[in-house]
Design a protein around this ligand. Structure first.
Ligand code: RRO
Length: 308
């Protein structure tokens, strides 16, 4: 079974990789991803300065999913720029995730990280967890300004990680914006922002930052993720490579993302809960699923969702 895939001309040995944020902050974590069955190494979203992030507890897993408010803990872009050559030697593509605390940070980081030549750069327009900072992806004008600025300094394939949208009008608005900005691939979706999980036993919230509000991941967000993959796949008539992220806990979940139009899938909650061994399991499960259904590769089933 061929589980390899290609995004913006870059070949990935497997269509499974970590979602930015999941076990990818430190050098040790990134090297462990390189040595695992993951098809790529995706870095934590980086800021100008190193950050400790929000106070703990800041991640909570529950049967249907997870909630997090990490607050962008990362080593700062200079540390990742230095690490990238070493990570590239592990034999799979490196995706650098670029963030920022204000608009002007993004081009500074993008330019420096581009010089380190990761295989691709993902621009995170959708962190929901910085107190007082709204998600850029919910402001179409700010998103367009920012994408055009970073595009000017990025020479490798450039993608954007978007928040979920919940109305076709917003898919169209953002699709049109993205079409004007030279974007090479999309990553859909970031966590569903500002959910609230309650523990009725203790009568408390389950994470400390922002009064318990945080980004939702895992099984509960899968239909939202699939809808966004499908909506943007259709908007771009199948010509925009899409990484599907959200609710992939098993091989069948991954298959659903591929049917909707994803070329690869990223793993957040399941990776945090299970560790890098999750990639072995997901490969076996997706291979069995495709085999049973008569598909020989990821590319054969991509976008093949049937409507009634
Ligand atoms: O660090 C985080 O709190 C975080 C980020 Br930057 C993001 O993009 N998505 C998320 O769920 N958490």
């Amino acid at each position: 079974m061929d589980l390899s895939t290609t995004i913006a001309g870059i070949r990935f040995p497997s269509c499974f990789m970590n979602a930015s944020g999941a076990l990818c902050v430190t050098k040790e974590e990134l090297i462990a991803l390189g040595r695992s069955r993951a098809g790529a190494i995706v870095t934590k979203s980086m800021t100008v300065e190193a950050r400790q992030g929000n106070p703990a507890p800041r991640y909570y897993g529950f049967p249907g999913g997870s909630i997090n408010s990490m607050g962008l803990p990362n080593l700062g872009y200079k540390a990742y720029a230095e690490l990238i050559p070493e990570l590239k030697r592990l034999g799979k593509p490196v995706i650098a995730s670029v963030a920022g605390l204000c608009e002007d940070d993004f081009p500074v980081i993008a330019q420096a990280i581009n010089e380190a030549q990761p295989d691709l750069i993902e621009v995170n327009l959708s962190c929901p967890n910085i107190p007082g900072k709204p998600q850029i992806g919910y402001d179409a004008e700010a998103s367009e300004r920012l994408m055009k600025r970073v595009r000017k300094v990025i020479t490798v394939p450039m993608g954007v990680k978007l928040p979920p949208y919940f109305d076709p009008a917003h898919h169209k608005l953002m699709g049109d914006v993205i079409g004007r900005c030279g974007v090479d691939f999309l990553n859909l979706i970031n966590s569903v922002g500002n959910g609230l999980v309650v523990d009725p036993e203790t009568e408390t919230v389950v994470i400390k930052p922002k009064g318990g509000f945080g980004g939702l991941g895992g099984t509960i967000i899968k239909p939202v993720a699939l809808a966004n993959v499908r909506a943007f796949w259709k908007h771009f008539e199948g010509r925009m490579p899409i990484i599907g992220t959200g609710g992939v806990m098993n091989g069948v979940d991954a298959f659903e993302h591929l049917l909707c139009g994803a070329s690869a899938v990223q793993i957040g909650t399941a990776l945090v809960e299970e560790g890098v061994g999750v990639f072995d399991r997901l490969e076996q499960e997706l291979a069995a699923c495709l085999e049973k259904r008569g598909y020989r590769s990821v590319s054969e089933c991509r976008g093949k969702l049937r409507e009634l």
